[in-house]
Design a protein around this ligand. Structure first.
Ligand SMILES: [Fe+2]
Ligand SMILES: [Fe+2]
Length: 373
């Protein structure tokens, strides 16, 4: 199937900028958002702890890795957001980075004041999307507790629910106390989370959240913590990333045995789901809501963002965890390499064998290496 035939994204051309921009969040004032969860809640009467030893090791590791968002982070750190942005900490996040050719567009009239404002709004937007994504993780892992059939996975997922509550708490507080405004959830991220929650198959929660959303988050957190000089942000991202490395490992280890037994047709559904998630996550980084708030039509801004020299590097880097994990799950090469071809088209296949030391350490721990109790 060619990308152009893709039915899940509903587009003729996967990178059609107008199609991307036509997806907007129309419920920005809603206080609650209900999604029908079509999955069965599963009880198991097999309480044998350690029947899946890798998951049990992750669970034990998780129990001794808890931290307290209120007392373990230096909340008394004074954050000067203007200075942080002026220091160019978020240059790569702002996507344009000051190097795009904006001549002939309204952006050509921007001075230092507008670029600073853009940087600030961009930071508010980015952290807001992290916040909403973390709530998505909180809800998804609660769903995994309900829907996964194995007791070791229910135990582990329960610890992840606590982790995700902590992450939501951290980003909400950082936005409230250290930054200068919230953004509603990005339309593309919202659609993706809705799809993950509403799917009736328990493994799709894992695939969508643990492999795709969390894989991307881990890459984005790592990128920002490297760039930023703001000590509190670096500290909280470090804490959160330690948790996230465990979460992604949980996803890979839970799915790898299960996917080995699926038929080609079943694998194709997973490949398409992964591809759609990848496209939606890529599209959200156009930051259309930031441009709207700055009074610039996203239709004008988006092509500039797409052509910005930093963007391709940033965008492909975001997939550095996702692509190797899709390989581990057999998703790249099933059905004649369908997903591999899609990732070639997205320009991210180069990360196929990319290794993250923390990530590898977590897999090793689950395999029984190290100092497990
Ligand atoms: Fe999280
Ligand atoms: Fe997570």
């Amino acid at each position: 199937m060619a990308v152009g035939d893709d039915q899940r994204t509903g587009r003729d051309e996967v990178s059609d900028i107008e199609a991307v921009m036509s997806v907007t969040n129309t419920d920005v004032d809603e206080a609650l958002h209900a999604v029908r969860d079509n999955a069965d809640a599963i009880f198991t009467w097999d309480y044998t702890k350690g029947a899946r030893p890798k998951l049990e090791r992750l669970y034990e590791k998780s129990k001794i890795s808890m931290w307290n968002a209120r007392t373990d982070l230096a909340w008394d750190t004074d954050v000067d957001q203007e200075k942080v942005v002026a220091d160019n900490n978020f240059a790569a996040q702002s996507l344009l980075g000051g190097n795009a050719d904006v001549s002939g567009t309204p952006l050509a009239l921007w001075g230092d004041k507008e670029w600073l404002e853009f940087g600030i709004e961009s930071q508010n937007w980015t952290l807001s999307q992290f916040l909403h994504g973390e709530q998505g993780a909180l809800v998804c892992t609660a769903k995994i507790v309900e829907s996964v059939p194995w007791i070791d996975a229910k135990y582990y997922a329960a610890t992840q629910v606590m982790d995700e509550a902590r992450h939501v708490e951290v980003f909400a507080r950082y936005l409230d106390e250290k930054l200068s405004g919230h953004y509603p959830i990005n339309a593309h991220l919202k659609l993706l989370l809705d799809d993950i929650i509403s799917d009736s198959r328990w493994d799709m929660t894992y695939l969508g959240m643990q492999i795709m959303v969390e894989g991307l988050a881990l890459a984005a957190f790592g990128f920002i913590s490297q760039l930023s000089t703001e000590p509190l942000l670096k500290q909280l991202l470090r804490y959160i990333m330690n948790d996230e490395a465990r979460h992604v490992a949980f996803g890979v280890l839970s799915l790898s045995d299960y996917y080995a037994e699926l038929s080609d047709a079943e694998m194709k559904e997973r490949q398409e789901f992964a591809f759609e998630a990848a496209v939606r996550m890529r599209d959200r980084f156009l930051q259309q809501e930031v441009f709207e708030r700055m009074g610039i039509s996203p239709a004008i801004a988006a092509p500039l963002v797409q052509q910005a020299p930093e963007r391709l590097m940033f965008q492909s880097m975001l997939f550095s965890r996702i692509v190797p994990n899709c390989r581990r799950l057999g998703l790249l090469d099933a059905n004649g390499g369908w997903l591999r071809e899609r990732f070639v088209e997205l320009g991210v296949i180069g990360f196929e064998h990319w290794e993250d030391p923390e990530h590898e350490a977590m897999f090793a721990l689950a395999e029984g290496a190290g100092d497990q109790q």
